[in-house]
Write a protein that binds this ligand. Structure first.
Ligand SMILES: [Zn+2]
Ligand SMILES: [Zn+2]
Length: 403
């Protein structure tokens, strides 16, 4: 059966409803967040708002308290879902390093006589212009691309996310270009909900106080009001403070990541276009469509990058196996260089453990190398390709003698 993109997804995301909804690997904490909102609101409706229904001369005003609480809670929950369950702006991984990296590598290979040396590296950074100012962008080894400005690789979700703000454990999702607006609206609306519940609970205590005489008697009559007021007061420090912080970030056009990362080194904020325009950018620009179609079938998305002949070649195992193995090794070569930085120590140890002479090659092994071709994207497989290459030649010279 054909697999869909979300079924072979390399990031650590959790998908539900057949890939229609995407969460971070900690998406389950969303249930905790949901209950932190829903439970107090239920307590509020039953123990506070219900008793205030007939408190006003016009009956409708009393009911309005209940209706507003419910409608506003639903609104907050919708915002939470819009933040949490959608693609935050993931940049799809490349199946192989970009053309410019391969070209750079091969030109260097010629210069040094076609031999690979582990010290050769393609540029790890690249300069791009943002608003007329040159900024450096980094290469992502996992996703095999140069990250666009403001993009960062989320270590929790294991994806590159555009305009990466932070990974929010409360919503169990990255906050990026596609959900930042909803995230802010969620946090600030939660703060308003806290204020509302606090104010109405306090009002109810006041009503009881007029009735009972003293504030102590009133508090004894409705302990739920006191619990809700305490809960909202504490929560408001958190969500209110967070809203304030993000208002400042939006006004200055920074992400949380940039604010924490670049605070000390006094650099110019190339994205700042003036407070008003910065707010317009967050709230009034169209949200870009997702770059991922999680429900697409895999062959539509990935296979075009792989020449079909390589797979059909596999059928004749004896004739040009060597050619194919070398072909695969070429790819291993590209990959080797890219993952060298972190793999060299590992490789040396591996050679020590396994000895310098690799096992004899058989068809199934060739199969597994071709398997690498069709799935070059996972970092684990890339290092496996390196091991194999080293095993084969014993000294790191790739594509030399294949037994
Ligand atoms: Zn990445
Ligand atoms: Zn994340």
């Amino acid at each position: 059966m054909e697999k869909r993109v979300y079924q072979v997804w390399k990031g650590s995301n959790i998908f539900i409803l057949g890939g229609r909804l995407i969460f971070g690997p900690d998406g389950r904490t969303l249930l905790v967040t949901l209950s932190l909102i829903i439970v107090p609101v239920i307590v509020f409706c039953i123990f506070v708002a219900r008793h205030l229904r007939h408190e006003f001369s016009s009956h409708n005003a009393g009911y309005a308290i209940l209706v507003v609480a419910i409608v506003f809670t639903v609104y907050v929950l919708v915002l939470l879902l819009l933040t949490s369950a959608r693609d935050p702006g993931i940049i799809p991984r490349n199946a192989h390093p970009p053309e410019e990296v391969i070209q750079y590598e091969s030109s260097l290979s010629v210069e040094i006589g076609g031999r690979q040396t582990p010290t050769v590296q393609f540029p790890r950074t690249k300069d791009v212009m943002v608003n007329g100012i040159s900024v450096k962008v980094k290469y992502c080894d996992t996703c095999m691309h140069y990250r666009p400005p403001r993009c960062s690789h989320c270590s929790i979700c294991n994806n590159c996310v555009e305009r990466f703000d932070h990974h929010c454990p409360w919503v169990g999702q990255c906050i990026g270009v596609r959900n930042y607006r909803y995230f802010f609206m969620f946090v600030s609306s939660s703060a308003l909900l806290c204020i509302y519940v606090f104010a109405i609970s306090a009002f109810y205590i006041k009503v009881l106080m007029d009735d009972q005489g003293t504030v102590w008697k009133a508090m004894k009559k409705s302990p739920a009001s006191i619990i809700l007021m305490t809960y909202c007061f504490i929560s408001l420090w958190f969500v209110g403070g967070l809203s304030g912080f993000h208002l400042y970030l939006m006004g200055t056009n920074q992400t949380t990541y940039e604010n924490f990362r670049y605070k000390s080194d006094d650099r110019i904020n190339v994205h700042d276009r003036g407070c008003f325009s910065n707010f317009l950018e967050v709230f009034c620009t169209e949200i870009k469509p997702s770059k991922n179609n999680f429900r697409a079938f895999v062959h539509e998305v990935q296979k075009p990058t792989l020449p079909v002949t390589r797979e059909t070649d596999l059928e004749d195992t004896s004739m040009d196996r060597r050619a194919k193995v070398e072909d695969v090794l070429d790819i291993g070569e590209d990959l080797l260089k890219i993952s060298q930085r972190r793999a060299i120590e590992e490789l040396e140890e591996d050679i020590r453990n396994r000895g310098s002479i690799g096992p004899p090659h058989n068809t199934s092994e060739v199969d597994s190398y071709i398997g690498i071709r069709s799935d070059l994207r996972a970092p684990t497989i890339r290092s496996e390709a390196c091991h194999s290459s080293w095993d084969r030649s014993g000294n790191g010279d790739i594509g030399t003698e294949v037994p």
